[in-house]
Design a protein around this ligand. Structure first.
Ligand SMILES: Nc1nc2c(ncn2[C@@H]2O[C@H](COP(=O)(O)OP(=O)(O)O)[C@@H](O)[C@H]2O)c(=O)[nH]1
Ligand SMILES: *[C@@H]1O[C@H](CO)[C@@H](O)[C@H](O)[C@H]1NC(C)=O
Ligand SMILES: [Mg+2]
Length: 457
């Protein structure tokens, strides 16, 4: 009788979970986590990630590769990663996908990387991020690790043959009959799509199938996609999703988002460069600033006790923002006046500038702020620039801004958003973080960036 009962309970839980899966396209991974935390042994088969090793050895391995539209910048790409990582975490709870792995696309000559005298093609994520920390969130591997795994399975020097490549594109009409429904649909590939080669920049990557899809919906819809095109008897499956930025977040800013985000710690070498600069030029260090973090991001808890160094940081986005977003991007003079007002209000003398501005713009900015110290990070020499690369220099800027007493950023810049998040993780009071430049110093009620506070489990 007792057994029957348990069975029944298990079945009904399972049924509920399945109903959730099928009825709604948006499957909240939090739901699955709750089930897991109960650690119901009868339920283990359904989800729990901490199972004994080797348990799913009979299941196929799915390598999920993805890439982003070449024009997108570094910080939007970081956001796309979170969508994929949260999805992978969910996918790994699904039968047939428990051994899925996410392959991190290499960073190659991004449009904003303007130093042409240094080599910045196909950089691994480990150049910018602490991979072991990211792996503590879910099973992600860098491209070099993927290539090594591929060689192990298929022989040394083997050209990579993917099973499926999906190139995503928005539907022409996203709101059919006024509603947005999650869906995808094949369409005939336009001729221009041959331009997606070489995949991930590797000339030795080929594919068995190439499918063009209209796609709208969250990352969970990728599960359906994988199921739809699944073939029997595959022990290893290589899938590449192109234009993954089309895939939406399941829930932006929920606990899953923040866990994945918190796992994205920067590479130690970059943190060291930033820390040295903070110490040498800004009298700033983690102990003094109350910005010490636990060694493992999983051990962090919700607090807002950070104080930050005695400087403010301004992220002043220029370059393409001066054209595309001229209605919201301030002039150098107006930005200087807004910085000055804040320095006076907080009684601080130093401002750190993170910017993609030109030398002339920086020179002008300094001139408007004559009575203050205006500091900017620049590599000490060519060697350091060649080692850090443009992407690393940008991260050093972000780290320094993340430790400032007060931060002000640029409207609708993902570079700014990533700094907000970093400061949320470190634990600053919200009003010292979520600030935005106005187009003019005279209209202080301008539209500000959205506040997305951190959440913990
Ligand atoms: N070093 C440095 N680079 C920056 C700064 N602001 C923008 N950039 C560069 O310009 C790119 C902006 O693209 P993206 O990351 O997509 O952010 P967004 O365009 O501001 O949303 C960055 O990735 C950097 O390469 C900055 O403050 N410092
Ligand atoms: C450096 O900062 C500490 C505490 O934040 C402060 O006590 C000290 O006076 C500062 N030193 C200088 C030279 O500003
Ligand atoms: Mg951008």
């Amino acid at each position: 009788m007792r057994l029957h009962n348990i069975e029944f309970r298990c079945l009904s839980l399972l049924f509920n979970a399945l109903a959730l899966l099928t009825v709604s396209h948006i499957v909240h991974t939090t739901h699955i986590r709750k089930i897991c935390e109960k650690r119901d042994i009868f339920f283990e088969a359904f989800s729990c990630p901490r199972e004994r090793p080797g348990k799913w050895d009979h299941e196929p391995i799915t390598y999920l590769l993805y890439d982003v539209n070449p024009g997108e910048g570094f910080n939007l790409r970081r956001d796309v990663y979170i969508r994929m990582a949260v999805f992978l975490q969910f996918l790994r709870t699904q039968p047939g996908y428990r051994r899925s792995r996410l392959v991190l696309p290499p960073w190659s000559n991004l449009v904003h990387w303007r130093s042409h005298n240094i080599e910045q093609t196909q950089l691994p994520w480990s150049h910018f991020f602490d991979l072991p920390s990211m792996k503590a969130y879910t099973d992600v591997i860098d491209t070099p690790e993927f290539l090594a795994a591929y060689e192990t399975l298929h022989g040394q020097g083997a050209a990579v043959v993917l099973d499926e490549v999906y190139k995503l594109k928005h539907f022409d009409n996203m709101f059919e009959n006024g509603v947005f429904v999650d869906k995808f649909e094949e369409h005939v590939c336009p001729k221009s799509d041959s331009g997606t080669l070489p995949f991930l920049g590797y000339t030795n990557f080929a594919t068995k199938e190439f499918t063009c899809l209209h796609f709208q919906g969250s990352a969970m819809l990728l599960h359906k996609l994988l199921e739809t095109y699944k073939r029997k008897g595959q022990s290893v499956r290589y899938v590449l999703v192109l234009n993954a930025e089309i895939v939406l977040h399941d829930l932006w800013g929920n606990v899953d988002y923040w866990e994945a985000r918190r796992s994205m710690r920067f590479a130690h070498s970059l943190v060291e460069v930033a820390d040295r600069f903070r110490w040498d030029y800004l009298n700033s260090s983690d102990e003094q600033d109350r910005t010490v973090r636990p060694a493992n991001w999983r051990d962090a808890s919700h607090r807002r006790r950070a104080k930050g160094g005695e400087y403010i940081c301004a992220h002043l986005r220029r370059a393409d923002f001066l054209y595309g977003r001229d209605k919201t991007t301030p002039t150098i003079q107006s930005a200087a006046l807004q910085i000055r007002a804040k320095l006076l209000e907080l009684g601080l003398k130093t401002v750190f500038i993170a910017s993609d501005c030109s030398r002339t713009e920086f020179y002008n900015l300094k001139n408007y702020l004559k009575r203050f110290r205006v500091v900017r990070f620049a590599p000490e020499n060519y060697e350091q620039r060649a080692t850090l690369k443009d992407g690393g220099i940008a991260i050093v800027d972000q780290i320094i801004c993340s430790h400032a007493r007060y931060f002000i950023g640029t409207y609708e810049s993902t570079f700014t958003y990533r700094i907000y998040e970093e400061r949320e993780i470190i634990g600053f009071p919200k009003d010292l973080t979520f600030n935005t430049f106005c187009k003019s110093e005279k209209e202080m009620n301008c539209e500000k960036n959205t506040v997305w506070p951190i959440v913990y489990n």
